[in-house]
Write a protein that binds this ligand. Sequence first.
Ligand code: HEM
Ligand code: HEM
Length: 249
Amino acid sequence: MASARSEALRETIPLDGTPERRIEGLVDHAKMRAVYVYEAPVRLWHWVTVLAMIALAVTGYLIGKPLSSVGGEASEHYVMGYVRMIHFISGYVFAIGFLGRIYWHIVGNRWSRQLFMPSLFSGKFWGGLVHQVKFYLFLTDEPRAYVAHNPLANLAMFLMFALVGLFMIFTGFALYSEGLGIDSWAGKMFGWVIPLLGQSQDVHTYHRLGMWIMVMFAIIHIYMAFREDILSKQGIVSSMVNGYRYFKD
Ligand code: HEM
Ligand code: HEM
């Protein structure tokens, strides 16, 4: 058991001078190896995006199903106006953060490139993905150690976050351009999305569907992060807090 884990570690921890430190005697004199995986900009981006997405999902839900119980003239209390305003501000935060994350894909460390570029053409990636599915289905109790994302997490993040996130930005700013006008910068850059997908109401529907995909991703992602943290004996959650992934062998 232990030797298989060490084997997996040898396979997945690159020995290329990555900043790394050995921590000995912290937990019952166990040896822990730590690899610096998520650099500060990635962590900052992750948590800002989490906050933006919570605001976007709540306000977006309300935009589609407005609060009919709010009394009085809309122009007097302007509740839905504020809901939309919060949505647009968080939309900008999400989109600018996304651009910043693409920049960090270019200048960041090797693990910063996994989100937008999973190793889809590698047999090892797909083998690891099948193993991970078996692990989650309790068909094997042997967790594999990965420095950054396991292949299943990586694929889910690519499909359900990176691609859907991009779709949300394009459809979001296309809808936004309806308010700003076709001559606005948003109209010029994103206006074409509306006729491509049908008409305005179709774009609303797809944008809303995108929200549910991202909400599903977030729920499963948070569950997996904690589950993996407990069952795989790796410091998963801490890696998005202080950047280090700890391996207790
Ligand atoms: C994670 C990202 C996002 C989520 C989860 C999200 C969610 C939603 C939802 C659920 C709706 C209501 C759709 C409906 O039922 O009609 C909506 C509407 C809208 N969203 Fe987003 N959105 C996101 C990103 C964006 C971005 C980046 C923008 C760009 C500014 C944006 C702009 C809009 C606009 C303009 C509307 C229509 C508002 C209206 O008709 O009053 N969204 N969004
Ligand atoms: C709206 C909610 C969330 C979204 C959309 C989200 C999204 C993401 C994305 C896209 C990544 C990949 C980062 C990259 O490669 O640059 C990631 C990684 C990660 N997130 Fe989240 N996250 C959310 C909430 C959380 C929460 C609440 C936690 C805390 C438990 C968390 C913990 C982590 C961890 C530990 C990783 C690294 C996982 C790994 O190495 O496989 N996330 N998240």
